[in-house]
Structures are given as structure tokens and as C-alpha cells.
Design a protein. Structure first.
Ligand code: CA
Length: 119
């Protein structure tokens, strides 16, 4: 689990997941700066899933593929942990994705930043 940011990861495994955590009183804002995965009508080839909690069994916020930025560029969690689950099949690979993340205090929606990072 990554608690603070500044780390860069290159994920090449066929499936992997990574959790981002903030303080238990906060939630997370993920901001995508780049996103390009293999296109598929149902995102069944390569995809990124974002889950609102500790692992990929937590509520799924969305499954994303293709070249559109997830959530139009920004995805908010309600939980203080977000889990990214990435899957790639054996054929066709694209550039991947890059995002920054920060933690915010839900009670202050001017969004004071806490733990943050770049992936
Ligand atoms: Ca692929």
C-alpha cells in the first residue's frame, strides 16, 4: 500500500492492483493526466478499474479503457482508500495511464490537501 506519493510505477504484469490511502477521515481525488488503453466495447481487453475501498472486491467506481480520461479526468472516492485494478491481455498494448492523487477533507470542500502523489 502506498501512503505517500512521488512514486512512479510501471505495471507490466497482466493483472495487478494497487491501493492508495489517506487519513481515515479523508477521501481521495484521482486526477488523470494521461490515459490510453486498448479500445474494447466492453473494456474486456485491457482496462483499469477503480474501487472505493481496500481491494478489488470493494464497490467499483468504474471500469475504463480506450482513450477517454476516466471520469472526464477526475474521479472522487468516498472511502479513504482507493484501489486501482489494472488488467491487460496478451495482445495490443497502448501507452497506459498517469494520474496524480490527493486526499481531501470531505467536510471542507475547498479540499484541503493531505497525502498526495503521482502514478
Ligand atoms: Ca491488450
Amino acid at each position: 500500500m502506498v501512503k505517500d506519493g512521488g512514486k512512479q510505477l510501471r505495471i507490466t504484469a497482466s493483472s495487478s492492483s494497487l491501493s492508495l490511502s489517506s487519513l481515515s477521515t479523508q477521501s481521495l481525488v484521482l486526477t488523470f493526466v494521461r490515459f490510453k488503453l486498448e479500445e474494447h466495447p466492453d473494456c474486456a481487453a485491457d482496462f483499469l478499474q477503480i474501487h472505493d475501498g481496500y481491494n478489488p472486491t470493494a464497490r467499483r467506481i468504474g471500469r475504463y479503457c480506450g482513450a477517454s480520461l476516466p471520469g472526464g479526468g477526475s474521479v472522487n472516492t468516498t472511502h479513504f482508500v482507493a484501489t486501482l485494478f489494472f488488467h491487460a491481455d496478451a495482445s495490443v498494448s497502448r501507452d497506459g495511464f498517469a494520474l496524480t492523487w490527493r486526499s481531501v477533507d470531505p467536510s471542507q470542500c475547498t479540499c484541503r490537501s493531505g497525502a498526495a502523489g503521482i502514478l
